[in-house]
Design a protein around this ligand. Structure first.
Ligand code: CO8
Length: 265
């Protein structure tokens, strides 16, 4: 495993746990953090390790997941550098969405601005009781720039997304659960991490190729009309049905035995 300056990266069974490790800046997304997160994600993609079944992103310390873009760094950037920084941050969110394994955010404290947007690029979110989500960019005279204007409404609906974006108010864990921004809330970071690993274990028992295809199909269908999304789904279903995993899963069911999926390696 490569060494990173701003991240702690460790393999835990089927999960790769990536911790943004700048607690002195509440894990703000400096250029280095974004570059290293992109490197980890691209490494996970290119290694094609069949035992790796999920990625977890969390923040170091008990106070913050990620408190946003690094405001100090941003304030000193010229327009072209800022544009490159924005492109890099957005590309990171796309890299996460196109990764063939599920990505879980364990939000253990502030997930503000770019931190909230990073969590929104993950497949789903587990939170601790002290989590706080928000897009405070307008309070800084800015607007979201790492996907908040595009992705938040998909999680919480257009009305709540607009209210959060225009007001800059924060949502606590209980409200985030209520509006569907998070899947579950836990007392401690350890409990949330344990649950995330448990879920990745459950995902790991399923067909690797089917989970990857389900994730890719959800992403492909998102911008489409219902009719076109259904067409994409139908084509992908047919493809998956014909794979060795599709054959094995259906045969195992009919033969009343546990499947052994070939794509598990
Ligand atoms: N960037 C840089 N440093 C930060 C950040 C940040 N986002 N957040 C906190 N820090 C630093 C503080 O400056 C402080 O450092 P120091 O001790 O050297 O002064 C340290 O972390 C601890 O922070 P606080 O003392 O402020 O801690 P508090 O508990 O008092 O407050 C808060 C915690 C409420 C989270 C507060 O720190 C805060 O409001 N932070 C900023 C949150 C924010 O506004 N985030 C959005 C940033 S903009 C953004 O994310 C845009 C994304 C798209 C970019 C697109 C580019 C093209």
């Amino acid at each position: 495993m490569a060494n990173y300056e701003t991240l702690l990266v460790r393999r835990d069974g089927p999960a790769l746990v990536v911790t943004v490790n700048r607690p002195e800046s509440l894990n703000a997304l400096s250029e280095a953090v974004i570059a290293e997160l992109r490197a980890v994600v691209n490494d996970a993609r290119s290694r094609d390790d069949p035992g790796l079944r999920g990625l977890i992103i969390t923040g170091a310390g008990e106070k913050a997941f990620v408190a946003g873009a690094d405001i100090r760094e941003m304030a000193a950037m010229a327009r072209t550098d800022l544009d490159a920084y924005g492109a890099d941050g957005q590309q990171l969110t796309l890299d996460l969405e196109s990764l063939p394994i599920p990505v879980l955010a364990v939000v253990n404290g502030f997930a503000l601005g770019g931190g909230c947007e990073l969590a929104l690029a993950c497949d789903f979110i587990y939170a601790t009781r002290n989590a706080a989500f928000g897009l405070p960019e307008v309070t800084l005279g800015l607007i979201p720039g790492f996907g908040g204007t595009v992705r938040l409404a998909g999680r919480v609906g257009a009305g709540v997304a607009r209210e959060l974006t225009y007001s800059g108010r924060r949502l606590g864990a209980a409200d985030a659960l209520r509006v569907g921004l998070v899947n579950a809330v836990f007392d401690t970071t350890d409990a949330a991490l344990a649950a995330a690993k448990d879920t990745i274990g459950a995902i790991g028992a399923n067909s690797r190729s089917a989970v990857a295809r389900a994730k890719a199909t959800i992403a492909a269908a998102r911008p489409l009309s219902t009719e076109n999304g259904l067409l994409v789904e139908r084509g992908e279903f047919l493809e998956q049905f014909a794979t060795p995993d599709g054959r094995e899963g259906t045969s195992a069911f009919l033969e009343k035995r546990k499947p052994t999926f070939p794509s598990a390696g």
